[in-house]
Ligand binder design. Structure first.
Ligand code: IMP
Ligand code: MG
Length: 180
């Protein structure tokens, strides 16, 4: 694996596809055990979470489960804007259901906390949050994700769904911004 460059910024390899794969399988096993018999609805937060959601959902093949999508946007370049825009809402009825929100990353927590607020109004039985990545030091809310792939420092990363202005989502591994 080598360094990659986008918009003049250099990124170095950080988490390999192999590590991501095996961690997602573990998460899938845990979720399958904890949510068996509940027919959970996986709620993929587009755009960033789609590779993770795709793998996690299929890592839960032993249980009955469904998937739906919402689209939110809060980042501009390498920094959070503090505002969360809903670009595609949820039409599914989630009343009485177990909902597993699937995120690529929880950074400040603004996006996930706002989404949970919106979902609560639709009276689900419970809401769980699965995130591939978590930056505990960046968190600005009293919130803890239920299923975390990797906890990472407060640095900017790309790949496996995570983007820099829409680019780099198709990288199979995760890369971290190089500081010099
Ligand atoms: P939050 O609302 O600050 O928690 O940010 C959540 C969203 O910001 C994520 O779903 C990502 O789309 C984006 N984001 C946060 N950190 C990163 C990063 O390091 N790289 C790319 N996108 C990020
Ligand atoms: Mg996102």
């Amino acid at each position: 694996m080598k360094e990659v460059t986008y918009e003049g910024l250099t990124f170095e390899p950080y988490i390999t596809r192999e590590k991501i794969d095996s961690r997602i399988k573990e998460l899938g096993q845990t979720i399958s055990e904890e949510c068996a018999g509940q027919n959970p609805l996986f709620l993929c937060v587009l755009n960033g979470a789609f590779p993770f959601a795709s793998d996690l959902f299929r890592a839960c093949e032993d249980i009955d489960a469904e998937i739906a999508f919402v689209r939110l946007k809060s980042y501009d370049g390498t920094g959070s804007t503090g505002q969360v825009k809903e670009l595609l809402g949820l039409s599914d009825n989630i009343e009485g259901r177990t909902v597993i929100v699937v995120e690529d990353i929880v950074d400040t927590g603004n996006t996930i906390v706002r989404l949970i607020d919106t979902l609560q109004k639709k009276n689900p039985a419970k809401i769980k949050v699965a995130t591939l990545l978590f930056k505990p030091e960046a968190l600005e809310h009293d919130f803890k994700p239920d299923y975390v792939g990797f906890s990472i420092p407060k640095k900017f990363i790309i790949g496996f769904g995570l983007d820099l202005n829409g680019r780099a989502r198709n990288l199979n591994d995760i890369y971290i911004l190089k500081e010099n």
